[in-house]
Write a protein that binds this ligand. Structure first.
Ligand code: G
Ligand code: G
Ligand code: MN
Ligand code: NA
Length: 254
């Protein structure tokens, strides 16, 4: 497959970019952190979103070098932002991790190595994990995630509400925060507000913070504030952006 051999070379050719989407602290409207998201500037096809090459990377095993690349790059960027800003609480960055990275490769050592090379505040590197990921091998996943937390990273349960047995995972895994899937955050479904309110309250009762994904409008943000959700992420605040754009956004908020 052409795309597969292209992807093998893409990393060396620096066609793979890490973009950062802002995550806003709703209490004071400041930038609390960013989610690192991959893009591929393909020489012929143009800019490809992660959804168009991450599945291929997972099938071919290329997700291992790709995953290391984004972890390392995002952690270094985080260290630089923390040094420049010196804000309290310190800014955080979250990185998505695929099941293959967790199950078939030593994610613990990768996180350990990265954390030993950069100077960042404890808990400010967040690892985002989806339910389907932990479902593949819950016992092993629980061990790995517990260890990663001990190393000083924090854990977020991504796309919450879209999987099969969400609630079981909340008691088995040491998540610090829940990322509420955008279908509960934006839209005119009749049950949506009830589900959103229940998820926020469940998370808070379990001692977890919430990051609401897909906040697109003033109304979404107003609703989230009313529910005392900690953070919001979405097109209302910004698309995934370059580090230059992120720096401008950070400067504006200070
Ligand atoms: O950014 P986009 O909408 O294309 O993202 C599609 C999916 O790809 C999302 O589920 C997102 O979590 C995932 N994704 C984006 N960047 C990364 C990455 O660096 N690693 C992994 N494993 N998944 C990513
Ligand atoms: O699965 P995950 O939550 O990691 O997916 C993140 C993806 O969601 C990113 O690719 C990002 O581009 C997309 N995204 C971020 N904010 C919004 C939003 O407000 N609306 C929609 N539709 N997608 C968003
Ligand atoms: Mn995510
Ligand atoms: Na994700």
């Amino acid at each position: 497959l052409a795309l597969e051999s292209d992807l093998r070379r893409a990393l060396e050719r620096e066609e793979i970019k890490v973009l950062y989407q802002p995550i806003i602290r709703l209490a004071d409207d400041t930038v609390a952190g960013f989610e690192a998201l991959l893009r591929w500037d393909h020489p012929r096809r143009g800019r490809l979103p992660a959804g168009e090459f991450i599945p291929l990377a997972e099938r071919t095993g290329l997700i291992i070098p790709l995953g290391l690349f984004v972890l390392e790059r995002a952690a270094r960027q985080l260290a630089q932002w923390q040094e420049e800003l010196g804000s309290e609480p310190p800014i955080f960055v979250s990185v998505n991790v695929s099941s293959r990275q967790l199950i078939r490769h030593d994610l613990i050592n990768d996180v350990k190595a990265v954390l030993s090379r950069v100077d960042i505040a404890r808990g400010t590197l967040k690892i985002e994990i989806t339910e389907s990921l932990v479902m593949e091998n819950p016992e092993y996943a629980a061990k790995v995630l517990t260890r990663i937390k001990e190393l000083g990273a924090s854990l977020a349960l991504d796309d919450f509400g879209t999987g099969y047995s969400s609630l079981a995972y909340l008691q088995r895994f040491p998540f610090d925060s829940i990322k509420i899937d955008r279908q509960f955050v934006h839209g005119d479904g009749k049950e949506r507000p009830v589900l959103l309110r229940s998820i926020v309250s469940l998370a808070h009762d379990l001692g977890m913070e919430v990051i609401a994904e897909g906040a697109e409008s003033d109304a979404d943000v107003h609703e989230l504030r009313g529910l005392k959700a900690e953070y919001a992420q979405g097109f209302h605040y910004g698309q995934p952006m370059t580090t230059d754009e992120a720096r401008k956004l950070l400067a504006r908020k200070l």
